[in-house]
Design a protein around this ligand. Structure first.
Ligand SMILES: Nc1ncnc2c1ncn2[C@@H]1O[C@H](COP(=O)(O)OP(=O)(O)OP(=O)(O)O)[C@@H](O)[C@H]1O
Ligand code: SF4
Ligand SMILES: [Mg+2]
Length: 343
């Protein structure tokens, strides 16, 4: 039987509390205004982050991953970028409706973010010690000595060598890997329920990437935290994700448990991403790139955004825009889903 449910991808009849979303992004539309014109850069995006899971958000550069995350945190550069429509529900409260002060509290107590570029997010004028104790003491009623102890403990937990000595260092005196560990420590020190990590390891060399990712996952499972991990590295996704969402040109085009998505991707774009992976078992060294480019936001096709690059486009794909639906337990946005042939 074909089972179609609303956009969002979770059938209404699966009430198990472990699977309840802690964060639901519903029909999020975020736009950028340039003089007279306004373009959507995230369009009707639906995502659900569940308790204690790792949800990976993947997609080519410029598809809207960071803008989605910054919309949740309400840290968009407004103007020119602003949320135009939708809801972001955290424990039944729409974050988009919260007064600024309450939103600051949510950012301090409940939802933390690690940004793509640690140098721009660590204030260069203050030492690591004063940055971290300031974060702690502005949200917790603790003495300076306790805040320092908390800082040293969390820096040690994320693997920063000799943390006591680093308290008097400035961000520019640390290596990229150390800075990223400080960012992670800062995001974790107030014990958030949700961590949004935006490409937390991209700027680092491969060995350091693996160590930092391990620390993040350790922290996630020890704290029963939910994590939205933004990455374009599908090998990382395969290793760490419970579920995965694929974004293309501002839209979520597919979302599923990671095993299902790797085994049987439905959307032609997801299939293209997987084909572009080097296949270890086949010893194939060459990536197969997806032909063509992502259209810029001001030149989106009227129908499916992927139509100009899609090998399975039908004539309706050029005229109608597919909705995000769940069909037979699989959630995607496509008129002509395909079976995937593994090479
Ligand atoms: N401050 C801004 N002003 C105007 N356009 C912006 C701004 N920030 C982002 N955009 C546009 O929004 C779109 C989505 O950008 P976003 O940074 O979310 O992409 P991304 O998926 O995170 O890419 P990457 O993988 O490179 O980090 C892009 O077209 C980008 O040019
Ligand atoms: S809706 Fe049509 S063009 Fe878009 S991905 Fe599906 S088959 Fe391709
Ligand atoms: Mg980004």
């Amino acid at each position: 039987m074909t089972d179609i449910v609303a956009a969002g991808g979770v059938p209404a009849s699966t009430p198990s509390s472990a699977h309840q979303p802690i964060l639901s992004i519903r029909d999020l539309t975020t736009s950028v205004s340039t003089g007279k014109e306004t373009f959507d850069i995230v369009r009707r995006a639906n995502l659900e982050l569940r308790q204690n899971e790792v949800l990976c958000l993947v997609g080519e550069s410029g598809c809207g991953k960071s803008i989605t995350a910054l919309s949740v945190m309400r840290l968009l550069p407004t103007p020119p970028v602003r949320v135009r429509a939708g809801e972001i529900l955290y424990r039944d409260r729409n974050l988009l409706d919260l007064p600024a002060q309450e939103m600051r509290k949510v950012r301090a107590d409940s939802i933390s973010m690690i940004f793509q570029d640690p140098l721009t997010s660590l204030d260069p004028v203050f030492t690591i010690g004063s940055l971290m104790t300031e974060v702690i003491r502005s949200h917790r009623d603790v003495s300076k000595a306790t805040a320092t102890d908390m800082t040293v403990a969390i820096l040690r937990e994320v693997g920063l060598p000799a943390p006591e000595r680093r308290l008097s260092s400035y961000a520019h005196q640390l290596s990229g890997g150390m800075r990223q560990r400080v960012m992670i420590a800062m995001a974790l020190v107030l014990d958030p329920e949700i961590l949004i990590a935006d490409e937390p390891t991209t700027a680092l060399d491969v060995t350091v990437q693996a160590q930092i990712l391990d620390k993040l996952l350790e922290a996630q499972s020890e704290r029963d935290m939910s994590m939205l991990l933004i990455t374009h590295d599908l090998a990382v996704v395969a290793a760490v994700a419970d579920r995965m969402a694929v974004m293309y040109a501002g839209e979520i085009v597919e979302q599923a448990p990671v095993d299902e998505l790797f085994e049987d991707p439905k959307h032609p774009y997801t299939q293209g991403l997987l084909r572009a992976l080097p296949h270890a078992s086949a010893k194939k060294e060459k990536l197969i790139p997806i032909p063509g480019l992502v259209p810029p936001p001001q030149m989106m096709p009227a129908g499916c955004h992927f139509a100009p690059r899609c090998p399975h486009a039908l004539s309706r794909c050029w005229e109608e825009h597919p909705e995000f639906e769940t069909i037979d337990g699989r959630s995607f946005r496509c008129f002509n889903p395909q079976s995937f042939v593994h090479s």
